[in-house]
Design a protein around this ligand. Structure first.
Ligand code: NAP
Length: 340
């Protein structure tokens, strides 16, 4: 990775950022000094202290599939700075901003505008919420996308109820580690499926049963569930619905495009003949951050954080995320001096 930082420049006008100008692996990322963004009238300027990695960061960087290219430029990326789940302090406020003031500690998901792998980023106020003082910046940065997907998947789409049997597929990453904690508040029995290296951590998070997907196929072991939350849809829709109890709900958060399309086309027909429901989560960014604050402050939910990466290690953090070996959320510390 190239370093092009002019140390003699004034921090007031310039910032360090992890920039990408072409699609590729994390090796194409460069740490650069660039102009600091200026907030519009309805935006705030945030001093970023921590940012976490999401699936979209890697997808947009690789430009691997057509959907990512349509979002971010067919041949070269329109977005130059990735990173969406940020936590930091407000440094400047646009004149139409009502909710926040200079110095407020905030966090939120900036997906759509991105820019979080940088010392500063601008954001509309509706993308942010106040960070509780007991929550670290790293914990805050871990929350937005993964926790929203977990809450909206279990509560809004899954209609989770006490006494149910729940299975989470892809349970040891960001969404799964929030989902198990939220599910436990409803008094359900939770099974988690992931790779062997994550099973001890998953047990310690409260999973009642864990399954190593390389050793056991949960769709063929005779167990049935009332609710399945799937982060990694990688099987035929018929496999999932077969292990659902009558009136069970299968909630899809993400997975293989082919499998997702199959589920989309067949779901009405399957629901009609089997009395089992198939739902997709369409993320409502930041919608439940205040609820997450409540859960955090009452000690009911705590983010699981993988690694201590600094800003110049964003490529390393993305590589680690891409290998799939991370536990919970991969978080990058952008700044440790909270007085600036
Ligand atoms: N619906 C929406 O609006 C929306 C919005 C944003 C993101 N998303 C989706 O949300 C998901 C992100 O979830 P996340 O942050 O929790 O991801 P994550 O941190 O990468 O976790 C996924 C977990 O699945 C495991 N896994 C891989 N292959 C598996 C298999 N065959 N069976 C079971 N587990 C497997 C991975 O571990 P190993 O690799 O070690 O096996 C990893 O622990 C993505 O699918 C993304 O596309 C959806």
């Amino acid at each position: 990775m190239k370093t092009e930082i002019q140390l003699d420049r004034l921090a007031k006008y310039y910032m360090k950022a992890i920039v990408f100008t072409k699609y590729g692996t994390p090796d194409v990322l460069e740490l650069k000094e660039i102009d600091k963004p200026i907030p519009k009238e309805n935006e705030v300027l945030i001093k970023v202290y921590a940012v976490s990695v999401n699936d979209w960061d890697l997808g947009l960087l690789q430009g691997g599939d057509l959907i990512n290219r349509l979002i971010n430029g067919l041949f070269k990326p329109k977005i130059k700075i990735l990173g969406s789940d940020i936590a930091g302090r407000i440094e400047a406020v646009g004149k139409n901003v009502k909710k926040f003031q200079h110095g407020d500690e905030v966090y939120g998901d900036l997906s759509g505008s991105w820019g979080g792998f940088a010392e500063n980023v601008c954001a509309r106020e509706n993308k942010l919420t106040l960070k509780p003082s007991s929550m670290s910046f790293e914990e805050a940065a871990a929350i937005p996308q993964a926790a929203m997907l977990a809450i909206q998947g279990l509560r809004d789409k899954g209609q989770i109820q006490s006494g149910q049997k729940l299975l989470i597929n892809g349970a040891g990453g960001g969404v799964g580690t929030f989902a198990v904690q939220i599910a436990k508040l409803y008094g359900v029995e939770v099974t988690g499926v992931d790779s062997s290296g994550k099973l001890d951590m998953m047990r310690s998070m409260g999973f009642d049963h864990v399954i190593d997907y390389k050793q056991e196929d949960f769709t063929k072991n005779g167990q049935h569930y009332d609710l399945i939350l799937d982060v990694k849809m990688n099987r035929s829709i018929f496999d999932y619905t077969r292990v659902l109890n009558r009136n069970g709900i299968y909630v899809i958060i993400g997975g293989s495009m082919v499998r997702l399309l199959q589920a989309l086309f067949l779901r009405t027909w399957i629901s009609m003949i089997s009395k089992k429901k198939i739902c997709f989560v369409a993320l409502k960014s930041n919608k439940d951050l205040d609820y997450m604050n409540e859960l955090f402050e009452t000690g009911k939910v705590k983010p699981v954080i993988d690694g201590h990466y600094m800003m110049d290690e964003v490529p390393k953090a993305l590589r680690h995320f891409g290998e799939g070996v991370h536990k919970g959320k991969v978080v990058i510390t952008v700044e440790t001096n909270y007085n600036i």
